[in-house]
Design a protein around this ligand. Structure first.
Ligand code: FES
Length: 272
């Protein structure tokens, strides 16, 4: 098999080759709850992040820069904040600088094995849950365009490492006060710390990461360091779904926190 032939069930589950069961499905639990909640949660994030990504404002409140806008690669950022930015994109770049960078974390999450499951079930109902037939008549999995492109996930993983590195740098810079003096901490520093820990945990729990770290090893005993690292990544990988959600919420909260500060809703409570 080349993997591109039509699936044997390409006529859907109501074909003569399948058991003739009249009931739509035999599940008696509230199977729809998980896909419905997943779809609602993802939709809420999409609406929020779209608004913030195109807002092109209120993404910097010294010393914090919103994770949606970092690293800021557009020249226009210089007038907006004094954080780490490199004007790779000159004055010709007229739209929000978030658009330049969000493609990487977005691509990483869109092609993530967990999020694939989440939106295949939540939005495409393909299928909506285990043992519940999908409404589609054909099923070709991820063997054809466009879904075969999900394979780029492994490359987005490397990009996600860079993004996590930049956000780590931003978190270090959050140990300054609003006048950029070092050795200070505010509530924002804590928000950034929690966020970066969750971002790293999610990134390292990636299935591609697990494969890169310990996949294809024939003898674990000959690679003790990789074996240990694989053990750590495997434990994180076990929690990949939870980390996907926790880091999604934390990155939105970190952005919202900067938005509130930049809007003047309150000033950052400082511990020292
Ligand atoms: Fe989810 Fe790689 S599988 S981030």
């Amino acid at each position: 098999a080349t993997g591109t032939e039509p699936h044997p069930n390409s006529g859907g589950v109501r074909t003569g080759t399948r058991a003739a069961i009249a009931a739509p499905h035999l599940r008696t639990d509230r199977w729809w709850l998980a896909p419905a909640a997943t779809a609602a949660g993802l939709l809420a994030f999409v609406v929020y992040s779209t608004w913030r990504a195109f807002a092109d404002a209120r993404y910097y409140a010294a010393p914090y820069v919103s994770p949606f806008y970092s690293p800021c690669l557009a020249e226009r950022c210089h007038t907006m904040h004094a954080g780490p930015n490199a004007p790779v994109f000159g004055s010709w770049w007229g739209i929000s600088p978030a658009i330049i960078i969000l493609i990487f974390p977005l691509g990483f999450r869109l092609t993530c094995y967990y999020y694939r499951k989440a939106y295949y079930r939540g939005f495409w109902l393909s299928p909506p849950a285990c043992a519940v037939p999908e409404p589609h008549r054909k099923y070709t999995g991820e063997t054809r365009l466009p879904l075969i492109l999900q394979n780029v996930h492994r490359y987005f993983f490397y990009a996600a490492l860079l993004v996590a590195g930049v956000l780590t740098y931003d978190t270090v810079l959050a140990f300054r006060d609003e006048n950029y003096r070092w050795g200070h901490m505010g509530l924002g520093t804590v928000v950034f710390l929690v966020n970066i820990l969750l971002i790293w945990a999610y990134t390292l729990s990636c299935h591609s990461c697990r494969h890169i770290v310990g996949g294809r090893l024939k003898h674990f005993s000959r690679h003790p360091v990789r074996y240990r690292a694989w053990g750590v990544v495997s434990r994180l990988n076990d929690r990949h779904m939870q980390l996907a959600w926790a880091s999604l919420v934390s990155v939105a909260l970190a952005d919202f926190y900067v938005f509130l500060l930049a809007s003047g809703a309150f000033t950052d409570p400082r511990f020292f």
